[in-house]
Design a protein around this ligand. Structure first.
Ligand SMILES: C[S@@+](CC[C@H](N)C(=O)[O-])C[C@H]1O[C@@H](n2cnc3c(N)ncnc32)[C@H](O)[C@@H]1O
Length: 315
């Protein structure tokens, strides 16, 4: 591919901030970058342009993302600069990919996932009630709607959708599903619209319900919680892991796990980074974005745990 002429299909969020977090590492010998959420390669492309000698491994659990990468990034793949892996970043340690200078997780869904009706992520496009990022997994949103108990659905929408009173919608789902299973996004979005009605212009009443279902189908919160430590352990000395979240619960997990890893390094910024107003204005997806970056300590200078110096050095 011609890296400079391909417009990204998915606008990469907080690119300027991510490039500046990468900048101190630029120029290191044999620089390696791990992108755990390749998507359409927007961030990857920008980083490869910033440092042409970078060698990258990019992972995505979505087969469409991998197929896109194989056709649009073929030149850099053939040049040995990019390896594409179909997989879940939660299983990072199992892939034995070696150590990296810079890593990025850009959580959530990509624009192409949302825009394609057959993927079932959006209430704006009719399609099967699917929402699997990885098409080889078995659990779909339709299965959850059909098989979870009333209490489980209420809990799910309260916890992940942060909906204060989902009871009326859930009661209607449980009633209607006895007659006919929910199979399409329009079936479910239509019911929510009927029962809940519109409260805010421009905010579809199904938004938070669909978000909760998507997070449950893809086990997004448990995935990120499980992934962070193995990823940090895969950083070279002074290497950095950047995590971009779009959900308050996800950000809380990142903040807390980074705090718990202080024996391995430290967060680069005390305060979470958020997009500039100018970015949020043109890219609505960026509005809820939060960026946290963790830097691994300089391992050569680290004092082994239990050493008699450790209590003086804060280890
Ligand atoms: C927001 S998009 C990434 C966009 C990308 N940074 C870009 O600029 O094009 C998120 C991508 O991460 C993938 N993804 C989400 N969770 C994942 C996981 N646990 N393992 C691997 N890929 C995941 C999704 O399939 C989606 O393609």
């Amino acid at each position: 591919m011609n890296l400079s002429n391909t417009p990204p299909l998915h606008i990469p969020v907080m690119l300027k901030e991510i490039l500046s977090m990468f900048a101190p590492l630029n120029g290191r010998p044999e620089l390696r970058y791990f992108d755990g959420t390749f998507g359409r390669g927007g961030h990857l492309q920008a980083l490869m342009q910033a440092e042409p000698s970078i060698k990258a491994v990019a992972m995505d659990r979505d087969l469409d993302a991998i197929a896109y990468g194989k056709s649009h990034f073929s030149e850099v793949i053939e040049a040995g600069r990019l390896q594409l892996v179909h997989g879940n970043y939660t299983d990072f340690a199992d892939f034995n990919l070696g150590e990296f200078d810079f890593m990025l997780l850009d959580l959530g869904v990509s624009s192409p996932q949302l825009d394609q009706g057959p993927r079932g992520f959006s209430f704006y496009h009719d399609g099967p009630l699917d929402m699997r990022m990885n098409q080889t997994e078995v659990l779909t949103a339709a299965e959850i709607i059909q098989s979870y108990s009333e209490e489980e659905l209420i809990q799910l929408f309260m916890d992940l959708g942060e909906i204060s009173r989902p009871q009326r919608v859930v009661r209607a789902i449980v009633h209607d599903r006895k007659e006919k299973p929910f199979v399409s996004t329009k079936d479910l979005a239509g019911l929510i619209e009927r029962v809940d009605g519109w409260h805010r212009k421009g905010h579809h009443p199904a938004t938070q319900y669909f978000l909760a279902l998507r997070m449950e189908v893809n086990q997004e919160l448990s995935g990120v919680e499980k992934a962070l430590k193995p990823l940090v352990l895969g950083l070279k000395p002074k290497g950095r892991l950047a995590v971009l979240t779009f959900h308050s619960l996800e950000d809380r997990i990142v903040k807390n796990v980074f705090k718990s890893l202080e024996d391995l390094g430290r967060p680069v910024n005390k305060k979470v980074l958020q997009p500039e107003w100018s970015e949020a204005k043109v890219n609505s997806r960026a509005r809820s974005a939060k960026l946290r970056v963790f830097e691994r300590s300089d391992l050569e200078n680290a004092v082994p745990e239990g050493s008699h110096y450790s209590k003086y050095r804060g280890y």
